[in-house]
Design a protein around this ligand. Structure first.
Ligand code: IVH
Length: 761
C-alpha cells in the first residue's frame, strides 16, 4: 500500500475522508501527467492498463466520496483536448465511450441491467466483435463522397484529419452502389496490423530513429502527422463498428445496418457476428481470447452491443457510455515494473542466457517475477540495465519478456549487464564467439546443467545407441544422482534400475544387456557420442577416418585439422586489386620496402594493413607478380571434411580440458571399445608424399577442396610453376602457368588423370 492511501475500514470517518482526498489529488496529478504524455506528446510513459488502473481507482474513490469530485477531475471528461494545429470538428452526434467489464461477474451484471430495463425475454441478441486497440475516428460521407474525417477528441469536438484518413488504403473515398443515405458518418477504429507495425519499426531502427512501443502508439503517431505524406507511408487500416449522423432510418438491427455499410465498401470486422444471452457472449469471449494471438492485430477485448436498435434507444446512454453496450476486456498483457537483478542461466545445451529478476507484477492475471532477455545482443539492443523501469509483456503461453526500457526513469546508479567469465553452474569458461549473440559454457560433459542433455545425446541412436534408455529414465537417473556422467551408466546395477519409476525387473535386465551391448561400438560413434559442439555424425566419421587412434585425435592441434595458407590481413579483394593493378602496370618497378611502395601507388581497394602484409610476405615485386591469388590471401582449407576453423577450435578446446579427458578415460575403463582399423601402410595413406603440385584454371570442384585433398594425400601445393614442380593440375582456361609448365617439361594432368593417379576412379 502506498503512503497516503486510505486503509479500508480504519480510522475515524473524518481522517478517512482526508486520506481519500489526498489520494484523489495524487491520482489526478498522475492522470493529468499521463494524459499529456499520451494525447499530446504521443509518447506514453506507462502501459494503458496501468493508466486504466489509476483512472478506475479515482472513479472508485469519487463514487465512494462524491464530495471529492472536482469539475476539472480527469474523470469529468472523455478523451483529451484537441491540439491547436488541427482544425476542430464538432461532432453532430457525440462520440461516447464504452463501459468496461473486467471479469465475468461484471459481464453478468451488464446482462442483469439490460434484463431489468427491458423486461420480457432474457434471450437478448447481441452483436459481438473485437475491441480493436487503435484510435476512434468518424468519417463523413455526403452524396457518397468522403468529405471529412475527425478524431474523437473529447467526444464533442475532435480534430480534422481528413487528409490523413484519405491516405488509408481500405477507406473508400466514394461509397459503392447508390442506395446510401445522403449523409452518413461511419465510426470505427484506425489501427496498425502487426506486420505493418514490425515493418515500420524495422525501418525506424534502420534509420536510427526512435521505435514505437506498440502498434497503437504507432497508429496514433501516424494519424496525427501534420504531413499526410507521412501518414500515407504507414500501413494503417480502418474497421467500422458503428455510425454517427445518418440521413436515413438505420432500420431495426445493428448487425443488419453494419452489413449494409459493408455493402457500401466500408470495412467491418470479419469477426462480427450475433450471439444470444449470457452464454453466447461468454463463448464468444473465450473463443476470441484463444484466437487473439493469431488475429494479426492488437485487440484488448470484445464489444457486445444489444442488436435491436429500438432497444438501444430505449436503454439510452449516460454522459459517458451507452447502456446497451459493454466492452468485456481481456486481462492486460503489459505492465510496468523494475529490473532488480539480471542472472545468467545455463541451458541444457550450454547456452548462457540472461534472465531479468523483476519486482513481481501482475500481468494478465498472472504474477510475473522473471523475464527472459534471450541473449546479450538483445540486452544491448534494448539497453536494459539493472535498476531500470521496464514494460513487461506476457502473451499466451510465451515466457514473459521485456518490451522496452523507460530511460527517463533510469536511476543514476543503474548497472550494466555483464556476461560472467565463468559458468555460474560449473565454473568452466564462458565463451562467446566473435559476432555471435549466444554465449556458452565450455563445460560440456562436466557441467551439471548440461548433464541430462549430454547423457541423452550419448545414449541416442546415432551415438552409443543404448536401447531403452529414454529421456524420462535419464531424468530420474540424473535427479537421483545415480548418474553424473556417461561412464556412470556402465556402473549401474539391475537393482538400481528396477528401483526407478515405471521399471520392472524385466526392463531393468534388458537395459543392463543394452548397456553391455553398446560397449562394442565404432570410433566414429564414440567421437559423436562425446557431444563436442558442432561435431555431427558426418564430421565424427571424417575424424575417425583421418585419425588412427583416440590418442592421436586428442593430441591434435589446429594445424592437424586445417591447412592455412596465404597471408593474414590480405583478403581476396585486396589480392585481386593488387594483381589487376600489376597487370595494368607491367613496367612498374618497386623501390625500397615493398609494402611502403605498394601504399604509395594508391592502388584502389588496397588498404594499409593488406599492403604491409603483402610487403612482408612477398618481399620483392617479382615474387608478388609470380604469386597465385590463393597464395596471397589468408585462407584455410579443411584437411578433414566438415572441420573448418570453428569446429577445429571446438575440438582442440574440448580435448584441452582435463575434466573431459578424464571423463573419456573413465569411459574407456568402463570397457568401451571399437575394432582397430588395420593400420594403412605409409604408401597407401600418402600416395602423393613428396610430390609438388600447382593448380591452374577452373576445376570441377572448389579449388580449396582439391588442394586439401592433395595435401591430405601427402602432396605439397604451391602457387607457381618451377623446375621443382612435379605436376600441373590444369582445369579449363589454364593460362600462363600451362605455358610455363610446357616450357619446363612439367607433367600436366587433368582432374580425371589425377583421380586415376590416386586410385579414386
Ligand atoms: S463502440 C457508442 N466498438 O473503444 C459506442 N468501440 O472504449 C462507441 N473500440 O472509443 C464505441 N473497438 O475507440 C466500439 N468494436 C468496437 C470497438 C470500439 C474499439 C474503441 C473505440 C471507443 C473505445 C471505447
Amino acid at each position: 500500500m502506498t503512503p497516503g492511501e486510505p486503509e479500508p475500514g480504519s480510522g475515524a470517518p473524518a481522517s478517512e475522508l482526508e486520506a481519500a482526498r489526498q489520494r484523489a489529488d495524487a491520482l489526478r496529478t498522475l492522470i493529468r501527467h499521463h494524459n499529456h504524455r499520451y494525447y499530446v506528446l504521443d509518447d506514453p510513459q506507462v502501459p494503458d492498463a496501468e493508466y486504466d488502473r489509476l483512472v478506475r481507482e479515482l472513479q472508485d474513490l469519487e463514487s465512494r466520496y462524491p464530495d471529492l469530485v472536482t469539475p476539472d477531475s480527469p474523470t469529468q471528461r472523455v478523451g483529451a483536448a484537441p491540439r491547436p494545429e488541427f482544425t476542430q470538428v464538432r461532432h453532430r452526434v457525440a462520440m461516447i465511450s464504452l463501459d468496461n467489464a473486467m471479469d465475468d461477474g461484471a459481464l453478468a451484471e451488464f446482462h442483469r441491467r439490460v434484463a431489468s430495463a427491458l423486461p420480457g425475454s432474457d434471450e437478448w441478441v447481441f452483436t459481438a466483435e473485437p475491441k480493436l486497440d487503435g484510435l476512434a475516428v468518424s468519417i463523413r460521407y455526403e452524396g457518397g463522397l468522403l468529405v471529412q474525417a475527425a478524431t474523437r477528441g473529447d467526444g464533442t469536438t475532435g480534430e480534422d484529419i481528413t487528409a490523413n484518413v484519405r491516405t488509408i488504403q481500405n477507406v473508400p473515398l466514394r461509397l459503392l452502389g447508390s442506395d446510401w443515405p445522403a449523409v452518413l458518418e461511419v465510426r470505427g477504429e484506425v489501427y496498425l496490423p502487426h506486420a505493418g507495425f514490425e515493418r515500420l519499426n524495422a525501418q525506424a531502427a534502420a534509420r536510427g530513429d526512435k521505435t514505437f512501443a506498440n502498434p497503437r502508439n504507432a497508429a496514433a503517431g501516424s494519424l496525427r502527422q501534420l504531413d499526410p505524406r507521412i501518414t500515407a507511408a504507414r500501413p494503417l487500416r480502418f474497421c467500422c463498428y458503428g455510425w454517427g449522423e445518418i440521413a436515413a432510418d438505420p432500420g431495426e438491427s445493428q448487425f443488419a445496418m453494419l452489413q449494409r455499410i459493408a455493402g457500401w465498401g466500408v470495412p467491418v470486422s470479419r469477426e462480427l457476428c450475433q450471439v444470444t444471452g449470457l452464454p453466447g457472449t461468454r463463448d464468444y469471449f473465450d473463443d476470441l481470447g484463444r484466437r487473439r494471438d493469431a488475429l494479426g492485430y492488437d485487440i484488448d477485448g470484445v464489444v457486445f452491443k444489444l442488436d435491436r436498435l429500438p432497444d438501444q434507444v430505449a436503454l439510452g446512454a449516460t454522459a459517458h457510455h451507452p447502456r446497451w453496450a459493454i466492452a468485456r476486456k481481456f486481462p492486460a498483457q503489459e505492465a510496468l515494473t523494475v529490473v532488480e537483478a539480471v542472472e545468467f542461466q545455463v541451458g541444457r545445451t550450454g547456452a548462457v542466457t540472461p534472465v531479468a529478476r523483476l519486482a513481481p507484477v501482475s500481468v494478465g492475471g498472472v504474477t510475473v517475477a522473471n523475464a527472459t532477455l534471450h541473449n546479450l545482443d538483445e540486452v544491448e539492443r534494448k539497453d536494459v540495465r539493472i535498476g531500470d523501469t521496464v514494460y513487461v509483456r506476457r502473451a499466451g503461453d510465451v515466457i514473459p519478456e521485456i518490451v522496452r526500457v523507460l530511460p527517463e526513469l533510469r536511476p543514476a546508479d543503474a548497472r550494466a549487464v555483464v556476461l560472467p567469465a565463468a559458468c555460474p553452474v560449473c565454473g568452466s569458461d564462458v565463451i562467446r564467439p566473435e559476432g555471435e549473440a549466444v554465449a556458452r559454457c565450455s563445460g560440456g560433459l562436466y557441467c551439471p546443467a548440461q548433464r541430462k542433455e549430454a547423457i541423452r545425446h550419448f545414449a541416442s541412436r546415432k551415438a552409443m545407441d543404448i536401447e531403452g534408455l529414454g529421456e524420462k529414465l535419464i531424468d530420474q537417473l540424473v535427479e537421483r544422482e545415480l548418474v553424473r556422467e556417461p561412464a556412470d551408466l556402465y556402473r549401474l546395477t539391475q537393482g538400481q534400475f528396477a528401483g526407478l519409476e515405471r521399471m520392472g525387473e524385466k526392463s531393468a535386465a534388458n537395459l543392463i544387456a543394452a548397456l553391455e551391448q553398446s560397449k562394442e561400438t565404432s570410433f566414429a560413434r564414440f567421437i559423436f557420442a562425446l557431444g563436442i559442439r558442432e561435431v555431427g555424425v558426418a564430421t565424427a566419421a571424417a575424424l575417425a577416418a583421418r585419425f588412427d587412434s583416440l590418442e592421436a585425435l586428442m593430441a591434435a592441434r589446429e594445424q592437424d585439422f586445417l591447412r592455412t595458407s596465404g597471408l593474414r590481413g590480405v583478403g581476396p579483394k585486396a589480392a585481386a586489386a593488387v594483381q589487376s593493378w600489376l597487370l595494368e602496370h607491367p613496367d612498374a618497378q618497386a623501390a625500397g620496402d615493398l609494402g611502403e611502395w605498394l601504399m604509395a601507388q594508391r592502388i584502389p581497394g588496397l588498404n594499409r594493413a593488406a599492403a604491409v602484409a603483402l610487403g612482408r610476405g612477398c618481399e620483392t615485386l617479382e615474387r608478388l607478380r609470380a604469386a597465385a591469388p590463393e597464395d596471397l590471401y589468408g585462407n584455410s582449407a579443411a584437411l578433414v571434411e566438415g572441420v573448418g576453423p570453428v569446429v577445429a577450435a571446438h575440438l582442440v578446446g574440448f580435448f584441452a580440458q582435463a575434466h573431459n579427458r578424464e571423463a573419456i578415460e573413465r569411459l574407456i575403463a568402463a570397457g568401451i571399445r571399437w575394432p582397430l582399423r588395420s593400420a594403412p601402410s605409409a604408401a597407401q595413406a600418402q600416395p602423393l608424399a613428396g610430390k609438388t603440385f600447382v593448380i591452374t584454371g577452373t576445376l570441377g570442384r572448389a579449388r580449396d577442396a582439391v588442394k586439401a585433398e592433395l595435401e591430405s594425400l601427402g602432396a605439397k601445393v604451391t602457387g607457381s610453376v618451377s623446375k621443382n614442380t612435379d605436376y600441373l593440375l590444369a582445369g579449363v582456361e589454364a593460362g600462363s602457368k600451362l605455358a610455363k609448365a610446357q616450357e619446363l617439361k612439367v607433367a600436366v594432368i587433368t582432374e580425371q588423370q589425377l583421380a586415376q593417379l590416386i586410385g579414386r576412379s
